[in-house]
Write a protein that binds this ligand. Structure first.
Ligand code: PMP
Length: 285
């Protein structure tokens, strides 16, 4: 297994960054996760575009031209011989003596790893849906930036796991669902309207989310981008989460209570398949 670190392809277990890397000390960096399906990157352009946006919000330059970053990604995937899996790209501000202020001259640290995935969802998760638990959203004010500062989601996901749930839904102080700890949250109302929170600084505008919105529109599914509460989700017909690695995954329990009839529904199934078909129709990476 191979990793890429600052210009070098290295055996994964030897791949390392310096102890004074600002990603390590300050979480001063950003990342992307891109899924590989049957040799094709899913939504690569969207992920690269968001990486550029995250970098610019942190006032960082691209570590290399976007084309070059893409080329390295393809080469790393090739070297690893992975056709189904996920690519992790991380860019930190670089290595410098510890000081909060930006270092005067520093070059960014670019790291990429590739992981093989044998099944993106277990059959049981698709047949029965997954459980989520709710936790207060204690994250910072710029959740629209995909930074490596992930302590709140780590604690949320751990709490979900300890409760036997798959994901944690984060609850805004106003009582609405912001998003999952590593996914966007969706419901389908009793009227058949697909609802997901509108993009703002309170959520990460998922690349999968954007594609699902487009695919829903193309299929004539009515869409509303607005906030919803847990009560509304429990009364909904369907709920699901979306992310690069889950596509659209049915949610059938929230805090131990059933969503609607407690079974995965047709809109979730249709959108999941639509996303897989959309990726499969793309050019091989
Ligand atoms: N929200 C959060 C907080 C996330 O971490 C993720 C996964 N990166 C998402 C939403 C989903 O985004 P995407 O569809 O781009 O993976």
């Amino acid at each position: 297994r191979w990793a890429y670190v600052n210009g070098r392809y290295l055996p994964h277990r030897q791949a390392a960054v310096h102890v004074e890397d600002r990603g390590f000390q300050f979480a001063d960096g950003v990342y992307e996760v891109v899924t590989l399906l049957d040799g094709r990157f899913a939504d690569l352009d969207g992920h690269m575009e968001r990486l550029g946006r995250s970098l610019s919000e942190l006032r960082m330059d691209w570590p290399a031209a976007p084309r070059v970053v893409t080329m390295i990604a393809r080469e790393l995937v090739r070297r690893n011989g992975v056709r189904n899996g996920s690519l992790y790209i991380q860019v930190t501000r670089g290595v410098a003596p510890r000081d909060f202020k930006f270092p005067a001259s520093v070059s960014a640290t670019l790291v990429m790893t590739v992981k093989r995935v044998t099944a993106f969802a277990k059959p049981e998760q698709l047949e029965k849906g997954v459980a989520v638990v709710t936790v207060p959203d204690i994250r910072w004010g710029r959740c629209d930036i995909k930074t490596v500062g992930l302590l709140a989601p780590v604690l949320a996901k751990q709490q979900a796991a300890e409760s036997g749930a798959y994901e944690a839904w984060l609850i805004d102080p106003d009582g609405t669902v912001t998003e999952g700890s590593s996914s966007n949250a969706w419901i389908v109302t009793q009227d058949g309207v697909l609802v997901t929170r509108a993009p703002s600084q309170k959520i990460l505008n998922g690349i999968t989310r954007l594609s699902l919105l487009r695919l829903a529109g193309e299929r004539g599914i009515p869409v509303e981008e607005r906030s919803f509460t847990v009560e509304e989700a429990l009364a909904a017909r369907e709920a699901f989460v979306s992310s690069a690695g889950t596509f659209a995954l049915p949610v059938t329990r929230i805090d131990g209570k059933p969503v609607g009839e407690g079974k995965p529904g047709p809109v979730t199934r249709t959108l999941r398949q639509a996303y897989l078909d959309y990726v499969a129709a793309g050019v091989p990476s």
